[in-house]
Design a protein around this ligand. Sequence first.
Ligand SMILES: Nc1nc2c(ncn2[C@@H]2O[C@H](COP(=O)(O)OP(=O)(O)O[C@H]3O[C@H](CO)[C@@H](O)[C@H](O)[C@@H]3O)[C@@H](O)[C@H]2O)c(=O)[nH]1
Ligand SMILES: [Mg+2]
Length: 210
Amino acid sequence: MMNFVQAPLIKDRVRIKKVETLSDDWYVLKKTTFDLQRSDGTWQQQSRETYDRGNGATILLYNLERRSVVLTRQFRFPAFVNGHPGLLIETAAGLLDEASPEERIKAEVEEETGYRVEHVRMIFEAFMSPGSVTEKLYFFVAEYDSGSRVTAGGGNFVEGEDIEVLEFSIEDAMAAIELGEIADGKTIMLLQYAFIHVFSEKGRVVEAVC
Ligand SMILES: Nc1nc2c(ncn2[C@@H]2O[C@H](COP(=O)(O)OP(=O)(O)O[C@H]3O[C@H](CO)[C@@H](O)[C@H](O)[C@@H]3O)[C@@H](O)[C@H]2O)c(=O)[nH]1
Ligand SMILES: [Mg+2]
């Protein structure tokens, strides 16, 4: 396989000149001016704004026997102001707040969905909006059953969360993506992963071995 990783090379081609904090309220918005050496060797000054909320984690709960997944629905103001009706269907997710991704996602999935899971599996990491948001998101899957439910979930009232817990068949969830009813990036990524690697015949064999 070809290696496209360029990180060791680009580090010496970036010279930070100035960092301004434009906003420091809930999280931090900065404007950084830097010189970047272009691929032809010449230097160019640029400035970029970065919104830093730390990193996050998200998880898809699945049940192989029922061919089902657990999702959440909550109001997302940024989507609302950009033309979405506002209630987004998503995988459970949360910001890390200095904890490890595994520790955080176990606590978050219980708080949001009421399901307690002991074994979570990290499948990949991804930058979700690398042109402006610094956040890296850690993606997990975990198996659940009806006995895993310890509370009603719903999220943190003090933080304004009012989260509904939904159970879909994997087929209905995939159809909801096609229909535009599921329109959240991390959720689409996890559902497609599960459809290909977990719910397929091949995926079932892998799961049984793990
Ligand atoms: N007061 C205030 N509260 C905020 C603000 N922005 C977010 N919050 C609240 O802070 C809480 C953060 O909850 P988490 O469950 O930790 O994070 P999340 O919002 O679900 O974020 C997850 O999903 C995002 C969207 O996909 C991801 O970007 C993120 O990484 C994480 O996985 C939420 O209740 C949210 O409403 C703000 O500007 N002001
Ligand atoms: Mg959340």
